[in-house]
Design a protein around this ligand. Structure first.
Ligand code: 5GP
Length: 367
């Protein structure tokens, strides 16, 4: 729908390697024929079961395009989604790859009408190619700068991600790296993300690193209560408190969370980053109409619609806005207000006034 494509949008929850489009994947596959990663076929069929530990499975796959269907959908369940990242990481293991992937992703968000993007990614070291974590971050920053110089109409900021799978010590190192880059990039690095498989590790282990990040001025966006068993962890992490919450699917009492969790979120007015398709395809939410977006939106709580992993889940931000509107019967004006309010939830206060101005300039053409 043209309205949602033209609507100026803010994207606050986008994992770099989950956002890689199918056309970029094709370029990567062509660069690395030795990996023998297949596509053009469905390697994860619905009903097929795989465990998280099965590594190195060639699962980049391409569902045959049927009429009216988008190409490149390759995820059915949350568990498989973490497998998909392993394969994408195999394909994205040099500085050249990171540069191409980050530039493609930024251009794609811009083409979808996103005017402000916060990308997040986990710095990775690759022994085989000599890529270091520091070079990884530098390369993403370089991609942001190149897009800016090429006149791509989007402001981009970066969140350094901590993968919980890698434990507390790595988390602390990542915070130091993020702090260095926050200082050396003149504010392009704005925060820290806690993500990775929510069933691995416990949030308490990351408290010192998160606290340190907060103290040095990094904003915190934490994946919280993404799966049902995380209420204790969320209680702890909400005390920090974070500056934004990713998903928060199981915070409210009706789904096994608690009123105390909801009260904490409300007390600090902590915005939620809500990713409808990701949660439905990842099967933490049973259907679009059951999505917790409605719970928080009806409460008037700051709720920002995001994509999470637009490549992996085969979506884009326009589509997510449109899905929210059609599922919850919201008007175009409601959706404009939602996208406008998202500006106040960004981690770039220096840009907010400029973005508000941009929204006002674009509004009259929309209704
Ligand atoms: P990257 O950090 O490599 O750019 O993006 C992929 C990584 O983001 C995954 O390995 C995982 O750590 C994280 N990630 C992507 N999507 C999700 C999600 O839906 N939930 C969680 N908890 N982590 C995610």
């Amino acid at each position: 729908d043209l309205f949602y494509r033209q609507l100026p949008k803010v994207e606050l929850h986008a994992h770099l390697n989950g956002s890689v489009s199918f056309s970029t994947i094709e370029k990567l596959v062509a660069r690395k024929p030795h990996l023998n990663i297949e596509h053009g076929m469905t390697a994860i069929r619905s009903g097929q079961r795989r465990t998280l530990d099965e590594a190195d499975i060639p699962i980049i796959c391409q569902r045959k395009r049927r009429r009216g269907q988008r190409a490149g959908c390759f995820v059915r369940t949350r568990r498989r989604c973490f497998q998909v990242f392993k394969v994408i990481h195999q394909l994205v293991d040099t500085e050249e790859d990171i540069l191409m992937v980050a530039k493609d992703v930024i251009r794609e968000f811009a083409a979808d009408g996103v005017k402000y993007l916060e990308l997040r990614s986990t710095p990775r070291k690759e022994k085989t190619t000599g890529m270091t974590k520091r070079r990884y971050v530098e390369t993403v920053i370089e991609a942001i700068r190149q897009c800016k110089n090429e006149g791509v109409d989007i402001e981009v900021r970066f969140l350094v991600a901590v993968d919980r799978r890698n434990g507390a010590e790595v988390a602390m190192e990542t915070v130091k790296l993020a702090e260095d880059f926050m200082l050396s990039t003149g504010g392009l690095v704005v925060g820290l993300d806690l993500s990775g498989d929510p069933t691995v590790g416990h949030g308490r282990d990351f408290l010192p690193a998160l606290q340190k990040a907060k103290n040095c001025g990094l904003k915190l966006s934490l994946h919280l209560s993404e799966v049902p068993s995380q209420a204790d962890e969320s209680e702890l992490l909400l005390n920090i408190p974070p500056d934004r919450i990713g998903h928060g699917t199981f915070l409210h009492p009706e789904v096994g969370g608690s009123q105390s969790l909801v009260d904490k979120v409300r007390k600090h007015n902590t915005p939620l980053e809500l990713c409808l398709t990701s949660n439905v395809k990842g099967q933490t939410v049973s259907s679009y109409s059951q999505h917790h977006f409605l719970y928080w939106y009806q409460m008037g709580h700051p709720s920002v619609i995001c994509t999470d992993d637009k490549g992996v889940f085969c979506t884009d931000l326009s589509q997510e806005y449109q899905l929210a509107a059609s599922t919850f019967n919201l008007s175009q004006e409601d959706m404009w207000t939602l996208s406008h309010k998202a500006i106040d939830c960004t981690f770039a206060p220096d840009l907010q006034q400029q973005l508000h101005q941009k929204w006002l300039e674009l509004q009259p053409t929309l209704f």
